[in-house]
Design a protein around this ligand. Structure first.
Ligand SMILES: [Zn+2]
Ligand SMILES: [Zn+2]
Length: 347
């Protein structure tokens, strides 16, 4: 089969590799679409500890069940379309017992520790199959919409903590696919004001085009002042950082009003993660600050229901489409900050 094989930083080659066979408990999917995550691009440009070359990355997988190993008896059948839960828990720790596999102390992940979806076929390991990570989707669901389920599941994990209410005022930092999805959900859940901030006008234009809210271009500084002004001078109930920028975390904290909820959705560079915080501000104003990492299986099911909604223009999130052979081109588009979501057609 053909696969985009990562041999090291900026060295991805389209190669012929052996097609995986299903062992006991395993499932082989024929990959239909695999969208490209910011993490995939970062592995391409910087590498990552749990991706040991030669490796096949890609975890936003939509496939068709091609082969079922012995002992797979969870209702899957050949020819069925499915998406794939990325994180595989160890099955032993307290978090796995709580089914919080994304918090497992020693989780592994498809597209990182195991070969991923930038290939014609992908093997889903037995532990993942047993955990319920092969998630059937309705036959009627378009493959492209299905390709958004994984990133949307992560966004829904973050939204669960924030618990947006109708009439809430919200600010989102960063217009990537994740920031746009956050804004989409906030609007769908009745937020009265959604402000989206970014330094790129090109990206902010997507917010306007999608009709998601007011944009603020924060290039040139004074983000807090600009955002407050755009919001009519009032602070916000919800602030989300969907960009890896430490200053945005500080700005988010200073922009929420009493009982405000702040999501540090995106991580920031490992070498500089310490932020001075006025803890009395948090104390007296009953501020909640949440983290969020990946997602859990229930968020995939929630995301699946959400992408079936026709009142949200899901197809427009996918701005760039490439064939598997064009994988390196796809990374170049993402690196240049172009478009929203890039999807690879692996057929
Ligand atoms: Zn992803
Ligand atoms: Zn575990």
């Amino acid at each position: 089969m053909k696969a985009a094989v990562f041999h090291g930083v900026r060295d991805v080659r389209i190669e012929e590799v052996p097609q995986p066979k299903a062992g006991p408990g395993e499932v082989i999917l024929r990959v239909r679409r695999c969208s490209v995550c910011g993490t995939d691009k970062r592995i391409f440009t910087h590498g990552q500890k749990n991706v040991v070359p030669p490796a096949i990355t890609g975890h936003e997988i939509v496939g068709t069940v091609h082969e079922l190993g012995a002992d797979v008896n969870n209702g899957l059948h050949i020819g069925q379309n499915a998406v794939v839960g990325t994180v595989v828990g160890c099955g032993k720790c307290i978090y796995c017992h709580r089914k919080q596999y994304n918090l497992c102390d020693s989780f592994t992940a498809i597209g990182y520790d195991y070969a991923g979806g930038f290939a014609e076929y992908v093997k889903i390991p037995a532990a993942a199959v047993a955990q319920g990570n092969v998630i059937p989707i309705p036959d009627s669901m378009s493959l492209e919409r299905a390709a958004l389920i994984e990133p949307l599941s992560c966004v829904l994990n973050g939204q669960e903590y924030l618990n947006p209410q109708p009439g809430d005022r919200a600010v989102v930092f960063g217009v990537g696919p994740i920031g746009l999805m956050h804004a989409t959900i906030l609007k769908a859940r009745g937020a009265s004001t959604v402000i989206v901030a970014d330094v790129s006008q090109e990206r902010l234009d997507y917010v306007t085009e999608f009709g998601l809210g007011t944009t603020v271009n924060t290039s040139g500084g004074d983000a807090v002042k600009k955002i407050l002004a755009a919001g009519g001078g009032e602070k916000f109930d919800i602030a989300i950082t969907a960009c890896s920028v430490k200053a945005a975390q500080a700005d988010a904290l200073s922009l929420v009003r009493k009982k405000g909820r702040v999501s540090f959705f995106a991580g920031i560079p490992k070498d500089d993660p310490i932020l001075p915080i006025d803890t009395n501000f948090i104390h007296y104003n009953e501020i909640s600050v949440f983290g969020c990492f990946a997602s859990n299986l229930q968020h995939y099911h929630e995301a699946m229901a959400m992408v079936l909604r026709d009142d949200i223009p899901w197809e427009r999130f996918l701005t760039h489409r490439f064939k598997l052979q064009e994988m390196v081109k796809a990374y170049a588009v993402i690196e240049a900050g172009q478009g929203i979501k890039t999807v690879i057609n692996c057929e």
